[in-house]
Each structure stands twice: as structure tokens, then as C-alpha cells.
Design a protein. Structure first.
Length: 146
């Protein structure tokens, strides 16, 4: 009689445990994936701004030339100034990378590179990158305005 009253209890325990563990693991996966993407973006922005800080700046004002900006954007997105086919993170394009030159006393002083407009899609929600991650380096390259 006792054995008959416990039939199905294993299935009930599994259903209750499964309904609690699946959202927990999905949330952990979402947090981990978003953190990984942000970390990859931070490293790419850091590398791009470090590259831009040593690259010859050929514009007479704070607006970078197309060649300078494209080389920096390609470093951030593909890891190479010539470009590539596989971005650092899914969905990242050169259009998401913003390159700014800060002038001080009519000369380049700081290079700022950040990500703008990229959306990271996770399981439950999407996160939009607006100006983050951001990296700034003092400009150490040769200023050669055309």
C-alpha cells in the first residue's frame, strides 16, 4: 500500500526542480555571454585606441581622415588594419566604431575610441551599447596634416 502512494512523486520532483533550474541556468548563461561579449569589445576598443595613438594623423583638425578612421575601425572589428571577414563579436561592423581625436592647443592630444549602436542579443533581453566600452590614449604618433 505504501509503495502505491509514492508512485509519480519522482516525476513531480523532477518537474519542480526542472522548472526552477532551467531559468537559473538560462540567466547564468545570459549573464556570462553578455559579460564575454563586453569583455571582447573592451579588448578590441583598447587595441584600436592603442593603435590609433601611434598611427600618423593626417588631418588638420579634430575630424579624422577616412583612411585613418577606417584603419582604426578595422583594428577594432577585425584585428587588422586591412580588414577581414570575421568580426571579434557577432554583429559588430565598422559602422559601430566611433573614432574621435581630442585637440589641445591646436594639436592632437588624445584618441578616443568607443562602440556605439551595437545590440547584444541574449536569451531574455537585448543590451544596447551606447558609447561603451570606451578607451582613450594620449596621442603619441606623428602629426602630419595634409
Amino acid at each position: 500500500m505504501k509503495r502505491k502512494s509514492q508512485r509519480g512523486s519522482t516525476l513531480l520532483e523532477f518537474a519542480l526542480g526542472f522548472s526552477l533550474l532551467v531559468p537559473l541556468f538560462a540567466g547564468l548563461f545570459q549573464f556570462g555571454y553578455t559579460f564575454w561579449v563586453y569583455n571582447q569589445l573592451q579588448g578590441a576598443v583598447h587595441a584600436g585606441s592603442r593603435y590609433a595613438a601611434n598611427l600618423a594623423y593626417d588631418s588638420p583638425d579634430a575630424t579624422p581622415s577616412a583612411a585613418y578612421a577606417n584603419a582604426v575601425r578595422n583594428i577594432v572589428v577585425y584585428g587588422s588594419p586591412q580588414g577581414g571577414t570575421t568580426p571579434v563579436v557577432p554583429g559588430l561592423t565598422p559602422a559601430h566604431v566611433r573614432v574621435e581625436m581630442v585637440f589641445l592647443r591646436n594639436a592632437p592630444a588624445t584618441v578616443v575610441v568607443d562602440i556605439d549602436g551595437l545590440t547584444i542579443s541574449s536569451i531574455f533581453r537585448s543590451y544596447s551599447m551606447a558609447g561603451k566600452p570606451r578607451a582613450a590614449f594620449p596621442y603619441l604618433g606623428r602629426w602630419a596634416p595634409v
